[in-house]
Design a protein around this ligand. Sequence first.
Ligand code: SF4
Ligand code: SF4
Length: 419
Amino acid sequence: MQTHFTEEALKQPHIQEADRVLRSCVHCGFCNATCPTYQLLGDERDGPRGRIYLMKQMLENPDDSENVTEQTRLHLDRCLTCRNCETTCPSGVEYHKLLDIGRAEIERRVPRSTAERAQRYALRKALVEPKRFQALLKLGQTFKPLVSGKLKDKLPPKPVDAGTRPDHKRHARQMLILEGCVQPGLSPNTNAATARVLDRLGIGLTPVAEAGCCGAVDFHLNAQDDGRARARANIDAWWPHIEKEGEAGVEAIVQTASGCGAFVKEYRDILKDDPAYADKARRVSELAKDLVEVLRDEELASLEVNEGRRLAFHCPCTLQHAQKLGGAVEGVLVKLGFILTPVQDAHLCCGSAGTYSITQPELATQLRDNKLNALEAGNPETIVTANIGCQTHLNGAGRTPVRHWIEIVDEALPTPVNS
Ligand code: SF4
Ligand code: SF4
């Protein structure tokens, strides 16, 4: 695609980046075929090709206030950032990088109402601090009958008890785990189950209390500087464990929520212009692994799991489209003896998409119900997934229970003989 930026504009790094992405797009429209919002709304401006064109017009014309309006912002807001279009695109267009630039620009040029700003601010503040989130969650669960509307769907029942975590120090092999911000409150068993399964494989998970939210919530609600600040804080927390003087550092930084994993793998991109953090961010992104990347490389027979439970797997967009790990969890589960039921249109988003289910509730509910119909078609006993956002969103419908896949593996482990 031809672009028309001035030489002056091209001196700015974000315009250079936008120019690079725009030039890689050949405007073929193949991506529209797999875009969930285009499928639901049928409007070119609610598909990737139309959004690319809207962002091109906006960025090339910095003084155009007539065509850059709240309507433009709405079409960008409706994008799930699911990156299905990137998987489909034959030209390798890095759409999400353009979207980050476009969203920051529209936020500056078309400010939101006070109410919308307040909602986004409250979301960021409520979700990213684990202690605050857990206190709010407890309050919400206690007074659930009094809570109204969509928020009620977001309040899960009391979660499965986490059980104990084994002593990580008994293993020479060590990995770090990102505990996450909402997951410890919504599904505390996920990380505990991970610790138990990895323990059986001879891997200890070193806890790092100073690490917090990965930064994705802030970054995708257009508070990009706050998202970068969280990335820097996590790098500072992990660095002493990565660079251990005279000893081997940790093997990996494990994420059990694919949304967090996708974002930690992007630290190298979002901090590439920060001279103090660029090299460290690259190293952290290299070490970041989704849990399935750890398990698929291990000798799984040593787990002695042989299960026949029927499961339907929902592959989060952040796992299949962002991290390109589609099929990996299914491979591990089948190796362990689980039976996977067929799921149609597995490439489509469930509508969770970070805070999308709160900011765009109608579209999110349609996508959720379509996804559950597809997941339930093969009569699974349980639906499993790999991201707490999808898990909570799908569970909000109160249909077949949805859990993290590692919890099911943990439950299928044989009891140790000396326990
Ligand atoms: S498929 Fe790729 S090249 Fe074609 S319009 Fe979409 S983003 Fe552009
Ligand atoms: S990221 Fe998802 S919702 Fe957004 S344009 Fe691409 S396919 Fe459509």
